[in-house]
Design a protein around this ligand. Structure first.
Ligand SMILES: *Cc1c(COP(=O)(O)O)cnc(C)c1O
Length: 363
């Protein structure tokens, strides 16, 4: 049986008729940018999360860099972020000229909140919390630090659509919640798309100006902005997917609990969940000190896997200028050498999952 690490077509076929109907409706409407689909999606996504405002954007990276731009965080400022994140989180900081200050993760793969305080300096302006792999971070610790040191809070929710910390949705804790709707995300579009959530009307207003060349009124440009609009087609298709997000996340939870229950191999370390930190299982990330052998073994059985992420941002060529070296963040580097994401996608069949479990148990 051939099993790919992800199958984006499965979620499409689950609600094919609804997607096709919506796509045709938009294609035939003659209105393709910033119309009623975008504003309806913004209203629905804000309501779903319990946030006052949502602003649709072109990608998750745009959401991140525009968040720091709108908050006025740039050159000379420091932003705290976990070291084991996807590099786009870090780019959101550095595109603005600000400096990322890395903090090691904990055993749940999210920022180790006990290691944040020692990294706070007079230049620290914000914490960028990433709810990695779909699990909410320890928000009560993070909120108290933000309060104590008067820091801005930005959330990278690119992997945590619908995840909750103590019953409150990720993306609603800080100043700005940043989302990606890249096709493989839990709330995936059929192309690139993103959005921010905020409860602050002036931030929402500024985002709408920035996403459209810095202009509110055509040809009157207030700031140097971006072309970062969410288009009608993606917004319409996202509305369809959003209406099914709860059931899609529930399916992922069932797949994850079966993996947690049935994978039994001393060579494989299973992911841990923390109390109050809801998980929507964007990825199911195991660890194995014999990772390369495991990958080759699974390849022979035609089971695909992905590494999220093999090179931590502080060791990437793009960030050589920050001057970090191997050994700077040992746990992060250990994770980069041992983590492996096994197949996890909506529409995964029981037979497919049993095949993966059996292979892992026989390794
Ligand atoms: C996917 C992702 C992003 C970037 O989103 P894009 O829409 O691809 O730009 C940022 N941060 C994290 C944690 C991600 O997983």
């Amino acid at each position: 049986m051939k099993i790919m690490p992800n199958r984006l077509d499965r979620a499409f076929f689950m609600h094919q008729a609804e997607y096709e109907k919506k796509a045709l409706e938009i294609l035939r409407s003659g209105w393709y940018i910033l119309g009623k689909e975008v504003s309806s999606f913004e209203e629905e996504f804000a309501a779903y999360n319990g946030s006052r405002y949502c602003v649709g954007l072109a990608s998750g990276l745009d959401a991140l860099w525009l968040a720091f731009r709108v908050l006025g965080i740039g050159a000379g400022d420091e932003v705290i972020v976990q070291a084991n994140t996807y590099i786009a989180s870090v780019m959101g900081i550095t595109i603005n000229g600000a400096t990322p200050v890395f903090v090691e993760p904990d055993e749940f793969y999210n920022i180790n909140t006990s290691m944040i305080e020692s990294k706070i300096t007079s230049k620290t302006k914000a914490i960028l919390v990433v709810h990695l792999y779909g699990q909410a971070a320890n928000m009560s610790d993070i909120l108290s630090l933000c309060q104590k040191y008067q820091l801005r809070l930005v959330e990278d929710c690119a992997q945590s659509h619908g995840a909750e910390y103590r019953g409150k949705k990720t993306g609603t804790f800080g100043d700005i919640g940043c989302f990606s709707f890249y096709p493989s995300k839990n709330l995936g579009a059929f192309g690139d798309a993103g959005a921010i959530l905020t409860n602050d009307e002036s931030i929402a207003h500024a985002m709408k100006i920035y996403r459209n060349y810095g202009s509110e009124k055509r040809y009157y440009n207030q700031v140097v902005g971006a072309n970062s609009r969410l288009d009608e087609l993606q917004a319409g298709l996202l509305r369809v997917r959003l209406s099914h997000l709860e059931e899609l996340n529930e399916e992922r939870r069932l797949i994850a609990s079966k993996y947690l229950d049935k994978i039994k191999n001393p060579l494989i370390h299973l992911p841990k969940t923390m109390v109050h930190c809801g998980h929507v299982w964007h990825q199911f990330v195991i660890r194995c000190s014999e990772r390369q052998n495991l990958i080759s073994y699974l390849e022979e059985k035609e089971i695909g896997t992905i590494i999220h992420y093999p090179i931590p941002p502080h060791l990437s060529e793009a960030y050589r200028y920050l001057g970090h070296s191997a050994g700077s963040y040992p746990f992060t580097e250990e994770l980069a050498d041992t983590v492996l994401s096994i197949p996890m996608y909506n529409g995964m069949t029981a037979a497919e999952q049993d095949y993966v479990i059996e292979a892992l148990n026989q390794f």
